[in-house]
Design a protein around this ligand. Structure first.
Ligand code: EPU
Length: 335
């Protein structure tokens, strides 16, 4: 295992920010992980875990040890039960599952990032969330060096939430994930935009692959490809607000889109709030708000993480001022 000094992280964050880590290591096995975490030279240093780097914003050089989780492998345990190592690319895994004639995760096509990050924030898109196919995961407990198994219940999944973003934050490293896929399961294409694309193509009873293709074309049409324009997908979560706040906003703008949420609350699209506050497509030098999806902040090349973070904070205050709603950042800000 080679330790690199002063290592560039540009290729390890989809925002394409040019920050460096004092130390950097590629971890290819659990024993690599054990060795590096027990090494006295690095014990007291801050650690930065890197998966696909699709949900982080690096605001400065990282004064510590960056650990790239590069655990690979997919094991078919039979009857659609699949165990995947954390370092596999999520979208490649979705494509693999469709090639094996499994379904269940086709709606999660083209989500950037690696498998290990998927349970962290219970990734979701087009009416499906990871938790629907999730069985369990194995996580390395940093303090003890033991592997702990977390069932679905133990992960406390919520909307873009899990225990690993809350009480267990920084305590575990997800090393593998087991999912239950189907061989003949139902496909879910009720989400507006998917059924529109399918009916335009004249497809009535879509196969999982056709649903995946429709989703890929929708995502490509409005979300920037991180290989071309640096970004981290949705920068903010969609806020869940009280019914009275919703009524207040509706008086202000009758056209506010909404989705009913639990406990009589209402989820509204952050993208709509940001657009209405005048930010959509706004460009400040080499960074800005994407022109087709106001929820996505972009680095046109050479932007500093700190500047993108400042823009995010300005958006937060402007939306708060206009609508009285606080937008929570979905991306992890690394200072
Ligand atoms: N909208 C606007 N302006 C925009 C974009 C959208 O007003 O610039 C409004 C429209 O009314 C639209 C609504 O927002 O109907 C919802 O937009 P969209 O369907 O694009 O979804 P989203 O709520 O913005 C969420 C996820 C995405 C996921 C899509 C599709 C979050 C934070 N984001 O976005 O996930 O792909 O739904 O299911 O929940 C990600 O997390 O990185 C991500 C891309």
């Amino acid at each position: 295992m080679q330790i690199h000094k002063n290592h560039p992280l540009k290729d390890y964050n989809t925002f394409g920010v040019e920050a460096k880590a004092d130390f950097f290591v590629d971890v290819k096995s659990i024993s690599d992980l054990k060795n590096i975490l027990s090494d006295s030279k690095f014990k007291s240093l801050p650690k930065l875990l890197l998966g696909g780097g699709s949900n982080i914003l690096l605001c400065s050089d990282f004064k510590g040890l960056a650990i790239h989780i590069d655990l690979r492998g997919i094991v078919d345990l039979g009857n659609g039960l699949i165990s995947v190592q954390a370092g596999e690319n999520w979208h490649d895994f979705v494509m693999w599952s469709l090639d094996q004639d499994f379904n269940g995760i086709e709606n999660l096509s083209l989500i950037p990032g690696n498998v290990g990050a998927a349970p962290m924030q219970n990734i979701g898109a087009y009416g499906v969330e990871l938790k629907e196919v999730f069985v369990e995961l194995e996580a390395y407990h940093i303090a003890s060096g033991d592997i702990h198994i977390f069932s679905k219940e133990a992960c406390y999944f919520g909307y873009r939430e899990s225990i690993f973003k809350n009480t267990h934050q920084g305590k575990y490293i997800i090393v593998s994930v087991t999912l239950q896929l189907q061989t003949n399961g139902a496909v879910n294409y009720s989400y507006g935009a998917i059924s529109d694309v399918l009916s335009q193509k004249g497809i009535e009873n879509p196969t999982p692959k056709q649903v995946s293709e429709a989703i890929i074309s929708i995502r490509q049409s409005k979300l920037p490809d991180p290989n071309e324009i640096g970004n981290s997908g949705s920068f903010f979560k969609n806020p869940v607000i009280s019914n009275s706040d919703f009524e207040r906003i509706k008086k202000q703008s009758a056209d506010v889109p909404f989705y009913p949420s639990s406990d009589g609350q209402v989820k509204i699209p952050a993208a709509w709030l940001i657009e209405k506050a005048g930010w959509k497509g706004k460009r400040v030098g080499n960074y800005g708000v994407h022109e087709k999806q106001a929820l996505v902040l972009v680095n046109y090349g050479g932007a500093k993480g700190e500047d993108i973070y400042k823009l995010a904070q300005e958006i937060q205050s402007s939306v708060k001022e206009k609508f009285g709603v606080y937008l929570q950042m979905e991306v992890n800000i690394i200072h």
